[in-house]
Write a protein of this length. Sequence first.
Length: 221
Amino acid sequence: MRAIALFSGGKDSTYALYIAMQQGFDIEKLVTISPRREDSYMYHVPAIERTKYQAEALGIRQDIYRIGDSPEELKEVLKNYQVDAVVSGAIASNYQKTRIEEVCEDLGLLSYMPLWGKNQRMLLEDMLLADFKIMIVAIAAYGLDERYLGKVMDHKLLLELQELQEKYSINVAGEGGEYETYVLYAPIFRKEIVVELMERQWDGVRGNVILKKLRLKDVVT
């Protein structure tokens, strides 16, 4: 089945793409939305400008659009593609799921959301077991501080996030905007992304990572 993937560069959209490719979807393009609103409810914001490295690592062509959150604008974007399906990484946001599904239905497209409704901790464990290399590039939640900026996720960090969830009621997968991620490597990547220079910005409450210099390196098999 011919498809495009809504791709933000974060863990969820990358894992959804990974599953779709395993299921035999033929991904013709990555469609990346650079939202006009910094506080977008629909789209991932941090490190969007660095998704071009991921597209190159994947070997899949990419289109980037700057639009707002309205379904009408997303519909105008998706009209550009003669495909059968749209792959996205929605997990628990009914707002996001409903709008994508409505647009796809209007255009006669299948909306494929392989992560929807899944246990979020288990999804993170599955990503780590699949050798995903996931960096935290933004945080905005009580209990998370500047030490987490730039950290690459592992099982120890997952346990820490679970403890923070129990203590402060954060979402372990960052679904409430507690943290945002950037994928440096996944099994579907032909190359791995190496961060050579980054800058941490922290205002005492929230923070983000600016990925200043990246390079691609060959994957050793």
